[in-house]
Design a protein around this ligand. Structure first.
Ligand code: NAD
Ligand code: WQD
Length: 343
């Protein structure tokens, strides 16, 4: 049985679908702080199976211990549960350190009591900051974090590395995601941002359905071809599949060491204006946008060197940007009415 923390969230729900499709038994633990109970219906509609769901706040250490007692058959954990808003983390750093690091420690403590368990951690390309070279390989230096959120990913990786160094009970993989976008092609699950989205793609689709007046493009005077920032946008379903590949690697003991790190991206850099063009292409609709000042803290460019993921992990992103944007657009139109009450 695989425990998926934060499995009701954006990346977690897509991963649960891929796990169940591959025949894994899944238990989701989530406190629904950034997700909705209806996600379970979406997962059931796609896979034909409703995963076990425990509504629980993982910050309650005794409840985490109780969970592992109640389900001794847990052999692996995919740990998505975290707070992820960069701006909020500047205002509420302790909440971020408690939720993103306290919970991580509790989970590792429980896993360390067991034999040979597998642990997959949601890390982020944010650990690289503005890298000196593109594409960014796993060997690139970790730069000082720009936010408490980013710091929790750096420290989180160190906590896992140190734990694995000291104990052979845990085999772990940290996956550094670049920019996940899009939704499941069934239209049954996708991203459900609460409030005003901070990320580019949900802001684009919300603007297109009329929830936002216009998209503000943060700066067109960067040293890039069209002056806007470059990122590596990866379809969330491709990303979800990488988790199953990583988990199978650990379960089959194909890992080269008991702590490994992989970048998850497409390997292709795309500018903000190219994302907008892709949206306009797949939606057949013009987007209302204007260029404004740069956003503080944005890096100019970040895209992945995927050699390790492709050749060592044995996974490759296959979806095009257009396909990912089309799925994000379909999803936005589906949830438009449902979300209107909440935004
Ligand atoms: P999300 O907010 O959609 O999902 C996280 C889930 O965890 C939510 O369902 C939330 O309710 C739950 N959760 C949070 N704190 C909890 C707690 N204390 N107890 C139980 N449940 C809790 O986020 P996501 O986009 O799916 O991100 C998943 C992971 O990937 C996070 O660790 C995030 O930092 C990381 N990540 C995300 C991105 C991105 O752009 N989305 C990029 C890089 C890394
Ligand atoms: C993408 C590009 C913006 C919104 C964030 C987190 C990072 C990681 C991934 C978790 C940038 C531009 C955006 C808008 C815009 N998450 N933009 N107008 O900044 O790469 O990273 O998500 O680990 O930690 O910081 O993603 O989607 O916010 O921005 O012009 O309204 O779109 O300037 O160039 P980012 P993003």
């Amino acid at each position: 049985m695989i425990l998926v923390t934060g499995g009701m969230g954006y990346i977690g729900s897509h991963t649960v679908v891929e796990l169940q499709t591959k025949g894994f038994d899944v238990i989701i633990v989530d406190n629904l702080s950034n997700s909705s109970i209806e996600v379970l219906d979406g997962i059931k509609a796609i896979t034909g199976k409703r995963p076990i769901f425990e509504k629980l706040d993982l910050r309650e250490k005794s409840k985490v211990a109780g969970l592992f007692q109640q389900y001794p058959e847990i052999e692996g954990v995919i740990h998505f549960a975290a707070s992820k808003a960069v701006g909020e983390s500047m205002e509420l750093p302790l909440l971020y350190y408690e939720n993103n690091l306290g919970v991580l420690v509790y989970l590792l403590q429980e896993l360390n009591k067991k034999n040979a368990s597998s642990f997959i951690f949601s890390s982020s390309c944010t650990v690289y900051g503005q890298a000196d070279e593109q594409p960014i390989s796993e060997k690139a230096p970790i730069k000082p974090a720009e936010s408490p959120y980013g710091n929790t990913k750096q420290i989180g990786e160190e906590i896992i590395r140190d734990t694995c160094r000291a104990s052979s009970n845990i085999n772990a993989i940290a996956l550094r995601y670049f920019n996940p976008i899009g939704a499941h092609e069934s239209g049954k699950i996708g991203e459900l941002p609460l409030g005003v989205p901070q990320n580019l793609v949900p802001f684009i689709t919300q603007t297109a359905v009329g929830l936002r007046e216009q998209l503000f493009v943060f700066g067109d005077d960067y040293p890039t071809d069209d002056g806007t920032c470059i990122r590596d946008y990866i379809h969330v379903v491709d990303l979800a599949k990488a988790h199953v590949t990583a988990l199978e690697r650990l379960i089959k003991r194909k890992n080269q060491s008991n702590y490994e790190v992989f970048n998850l991206g497409t390997g292709k850099g795309t500018s903000v204006l190219e994302v907008i063009k892709s949206f306009e292409r797949v939606s057949g609709q013009r987007l209302n946008y204007s260029i404004v000042e740069r956003r503080q803290g944005d890096v100019v460019e970040a895209f992945a060197d995927t050699t390790m993921a492709n050749e060592v992990l044995g996974w490759k992103a296959i979806s095009s940007l257009d396909k990912a944007m089309a799925s994000a657009w379909t999803w936005e139109k589906i949830i438009m009415n449902f979300k209107e009450n909440k935004r």
